[in-house]
Design a binder for this molecule. Structure first.
Ligand code: APR
Length: 230
């Protein structure tokens, strides 16, 4: 049986693909206050602004490509049972070829019914105010906004609990519950934290090696060791 490797990725993973991170921009996200465009309150207050914001992000995503860091993780599937747990709403892990990707914070290329969150649809064009589903439900971006439940968390926790190797990459570890996932690691797990500007991580149950590098170089620096130890 292959060892289990879990990747916990954040915005820094996609930075080399040209997608801006959140906190590197002083709380402004592509020029917007995060709470205006990524909260249920913001949606109630100014739906047009929120729609425009995600339409812009979606259009931008369609012009971006997976980077070397995404590709390197895909290669690891020959050596490990790999699952990617990402905070990113882009589809770059999937486009690179990763087969097990869990999106904690939703997906930019999906929308869902406002009346029933079970109705989720693939979406690549702009989402407009008057777009509805076949039941006549209004639609919203399939994004987990601040203050909302993180439904995928219950699927993510057991994956971290069972992981032999954990690679945390490109996250400021500031947003919960995503940042708390590492606390579920088993004591014998080997963890790596790759980030250009790593945040202090306290109280990890397992060993964690901090690598202050950009995602592609950081993953490259451990890839041979990972392959050898698989
Ligand atoms: N390679 C590696 N790390 C990088 C790179 C890079 N090329 N560029 C930036 N970073 C690091 C930064 O040092 C920072 O620690 O990526 C991290 C990005 O942090 P955030 O912008 O806070 O992104 P993230 O941790 O993914 O944010 C979590 O916040 O706004 C919400 O829901 C949104 O999923 C997001 C969540």
């Amino acid at each position: 049986m292959q060892k289990k490797l879990v990747v916990l990725s954040g915005a820094g993973m996609s930075a080399e693909s040209g997608i801006k991170t959140f906190r590197d921009a002083d709380g402004l996200w592509e020029g917007h206050d995060v709470m205006e465009v990524a909260s249920p309150e913001g949606w109630k207050k100014n739906k047009q602004l929120v729609l425009q914001f995600y339409n812009d992000r979606r259009r931008q995503l369609l012009t971006c490509l997976p980077n070397e860091a995404h590709m390197l993780l895909t290669d690891l599937e020959d050596y490990y049972d790999v699952t990617i747990i990402t905070q990113n709403v882009d589809d770059l892990h999937e486009r690179a070829g990763s087969t097990n990707v869990l999106h904690l914070h939703g997906e930019l290329l999906k929308v869902r019914s406002e009346q029933n969150e079970e109705f989720v649809y693939p979406w690549t064009k702009d989402l407009l105010d008057n777009d509805i589903n076949e039941q006549g439900h209004t639609l919203r971006p399939h994004i987990v906004w601040f203050g909302e439940m993180v439904p995928e968390l219950e699927n993510a926790i057991p994956l971290v609990e069972e992981a032999d190797i954990i690679i945390i990459v490109g996250t400021s570890m500031q947003v919960y519950p995503a940042a708390s996932l590492i606390s579920y690691a088993k004591p014998t797990a080997q963890a790596y934290y790759i980030d250009l500007n790593p945040a202090p991580i306290k109280q990890t149950p397992c060993d964690i090696k901090v690598i202050a590098m950009k995602a592609s170089s950081g993953i490259q620096s451990i890839i041979e060791e990972l392959k050898t130890n698989s």
